[in-house]
Write a protein that binds this ligand. Structure first.
Ligand SMILES: [Zn+2]
Length: 711
């Protein structure tokens, strides 16, 4: 389960923990020992700071390295189980935590490359190894001999005199076994394995169906007037797409990929075409064809409920949330409800603006879902006259990087030294040694900025080596990855405001990793509804005028960003937030609705979704950000009963940033406390406890509502 999460999630790099490394006895070692010894992934890394020797690793090295290191891990686990001594914290819990080091190392490098710089061999290896890693994981959590030892230690915990972190590691290890079914009888365990296997297949099928439905659609525009004010760069992209698809005409092709459909909906004045596009997008997985996902959804929901019941929980949501900061469905609903009503009110006001704009356009009809983005763009232009393209020269990629670094220096005293001597996976990467204010070594940071074919979409951070000190001091090596437009000869890489914001976000994840100060590596992992807090909080600084003035200089003239533009950026921050919040929350409610069901309830997704949306009073002009048929977060990725996490983390980040605003944006005391109580602690204590230690009270929702303009 964990290895899947690492594959899918964008930024949950802290999830790379020891808990998934488990033996797979059925694996055969097809590579000879000689090959393994020569494999640079398994040899000692004699590089500066022990960074991976990227210059010596070939894609062909991964598969034998996986197999060799899984064998090694199997042997280590066997030795723990076979130990004749009475089970102790050291010979069982700690030994398990520090076992499988080679496998962890191979896995981290592999999955970093799989996302950032893949090739056919790596892709093939990923397909081959994913089920084997999952089996490796299952076989440990259902290893009876191992669980008996864990239980023996757990039951004598009061007499062991454990430290706080040791106690936490014991609790978490025990919990992981229990949640994986270690306490169940053989029959129930067999049923659990069968459920897990069936769910894995269904998720895979769901994802393939979404991909098919997405790729099957094309809108070919032959009348240039239908493009409206679409920016020239996007017109050129659509013309290329048409050519690529074999159309020989003066025409433009649009697809259901977000970078294609969203601009079309924003700019095309042709209402009929907008509706075609919109329906094509919204009906994916719900077309009663071969790629229909409705029966898959009802089966997934049913199996999850059954698994939760087997493990003793009221529902899948109860099961998932009990291991998260939110703890219960009631707590999630409580949060969603507090944001929902004000968001819906603001969205209704936005709708009135759009309806008026449409009327002024001479269209005598009710505003529809496919009109929303088009008229939003018109209102934005009229209200703020803010042109995203005109901002780009102020956000040259290296200037933004310098801004991010300067912020880290002002808050935490960090120093960044670029290193040309360290191996990297791509020549365009930049590598930095990060030092404390006193010059001592803190971490190594890899930056990989640009989009290219070998990189997947999105932006993310991960750890090539998480911090720990159970087995000697291990300093962190972390990465930031983006898909910024590549610099070309004579023209630098200029970021949009959103992309600059993403830079601050991912750097927040990097800081979380670099400041980690935990004993046991697996305690670096934080719950899903906490992990976006340290990243999102950094976004708050980015738009502050003082911070913009630190780095946003024009790439050609060097002139600082004018006050007039800063004012426009500030004024537009809450624009369209009613819509954004409502469409997000609707999807979060939908996710919860499916996963609070018990085993007795069967669902028919189309009517179920309608009923769930009617329950919350969603207005007709807005649909959930993801409808059921293509809600991959919850049906083929790790976010079931977890889509609420983003807004949960946002409460924390808005409220935490308020702590700085109450003193000063760069207050040293607040920064030091934030580092000590939040960033250094990983998952050594529950998230709410960490937060209280930092803020001196529970998080409050007011700052979030204010930030989104919903109060
Ligand atoms: Zn993130």
């Amino acid at each position: 389960m964990k290895s899947k999460l690492v594959l899918m999630a964008t930024a949950i790099w802290l999830a790379v923990s020891a808990c998934g490394d488990k033996p797979a006895p059925e694996l055969e070692d097809t590579a000879g020992n000689a090959v393994i010894t020569a494999n640079p992934l398994l040899a000692e890394w004699d590089t500066p700071f022990g960074v991976p020797p990227f210059d010596r690793i070939d894609s062909e090295h991964y598969l034998p390295a996986f197999r060799g290191s899984m064998d090694e891990h199997n042997a280590e686990v066997d030795a723990i189980v076979a130990n004749a001594d009475t089970p102790t914290f050291e010979n069982t819990i700690e030994a398990l935590d520090t076992s499988g080091e080679s496998l962890k190392r191979v896995r981290r490098v592999f999955f970093a490359l799989n996302a950032a710089h893949s090739d056919d061999v790596i892709k093939e290896t990923a397909k081959t190894i994913a089920p084997q890693l999952a089996a490796h994981s299952d076989d440990i959590s259902l290893n009876k001999g191992l669980y008996d030892r864990v239980l023996a230690v757990y039951e004598q915990q009061d007499e062991l005199g454990l430290s706080g972190e040791q106690q936490r590691l014991l609790d978490e290890t025990h919990k992981l076994f229990v949640r994986s079914g270690a306490n169940l009888d053989d029959e129930a365990q067999n049923r659990l394995r069968a459920i897990n296997a069936e769910l894995a297949g269904l998720s895979q099928q769901f994802q393939e169906n979404v991909l098919d439905e997405t790729n099957d659609f094309e809108l070919l525009v032959t009348d240039q007037a239908d493009l409206g004010n679409l920016p020239a760069s996007l017109v050129a992209l659509a013309a290329d797409e048409a050519k690529r698809r074999g159309h020989v005409c003066e025409c433009w092709a649009f697809t259901l990929q977000r970078p294609s459909i969203n601009p079309f909906l924003q700019y095309s004045p042709n209402r009929g075409l907008r509706k075609l596009m919109f329906d094509g997008y919204a009906m994916r997985g719900d077309n009663d064809n071969e790629a229909d996902n409705k029966s898959i959804i009802s089966r997934i929901v049913q199996l999850r409920a059954e698994r939760a019941a087997l493990l003793g929980y009221d529902s899948h949501a109860h099961f998932v949330l009990s291991d998260n900061m939110a703890e219960t469905p009631d707590n999630v609903y409580d949060l969603l409800d507090q944001v929902w009503k004000p968001a819906l009110r603001v969205a209704a006001a936005e709708r009135a603006d759009l309806q008026a704009m449409m009327k002024a356009d001479g269209i005598d009809d009710r505003l529809r879902a496919w009109d929303w983005r088009y008229y939003t763009e018109k209102v934005r232009k009229a209200k703020f006259d803010l042109d995203d393209d005109a901002l780009r020269p102020y956000f040259e990629v290296n200037a933004v990087r310098d801004g991010v670094f300067a912020l880290a220096t002002r808050l935490f005293g960090l120093q960044f030294e670029q290193r040309e001597d360290l191996p990297k996976w791509h020549p365009q990467q930049q590598v930095f040694e990060v030092k404390e204010a006193d010059g001592s070594h803190l971490a190594v940071l890899y930056m990989d900025y640009f989009a290219r074919e070998s990189k997947r979409a999105g932006a993310w951070a991960n750890a090539l080596r998480p911090q720990s000190k159970a087995d000697g001091v291990v300093t962190p090596i972390v990465t930031n990855n983006f898909n910024f437009p590549a610099a070309t000869e004579g023209s630098p890489s200029l970021l949009s405001l959103t992309e600059a914001n993403t830079f601050f976000h991912e750097f927040g994840h990097a800081l979380h990793g670099m400041f980690s100060n935990v004993t046991y590596e697996s305690l670096g992992r934080t719950p899903r509804d906490f992990v976006e807090f340290p990243s999102q909080v950094m976004e708050n600084w980015m738009r502050q005028p003082e911070v913009l003035r630190m780095f946003a200089n024009h790439s050609e003239t060097g002139e600082p960003i004018p006050q007039e533009i800063i004012d426009k950026i500030t004024a537009s921050t809450t624009f369209n937030q009613g819509f954004e919040t409502v469409e997000y929350l609707a999807a979060a409610y939908l996710d919860m609705a499916y996963h609070v069901l018990d085993t007795n309830q069967a669902v028919e997704p189309r009517s179920f979704e309608s009923a769930a949306m009617a329950d919350i009073g969603l207005i007709e002009e807005i649909i959930p950000r993801y409808r059921s048929g293509y809600f991959q977060h919850i049906f083929s990725s790790g976010y079931s009963a977890g889509y609420y996490s983003y807004i949960w983390s946002e409460i924390l980040d808005a409220d935490a940033f308020m702590a700085f605003q109450e003193t000063s944006l760069f207050d040293q005391g607040t920064a030091a406390r934030y580092r000590k109580e939040i960033l250094s602690k990983g998952g050594t204590r529950p998230g709410m406890e960490l937060y209280r230690n930092f803020r001196g009270r529970d998080p409050e929702i007011g700052p979030l509502l204010e930030k989104r303009g919903l109060n």
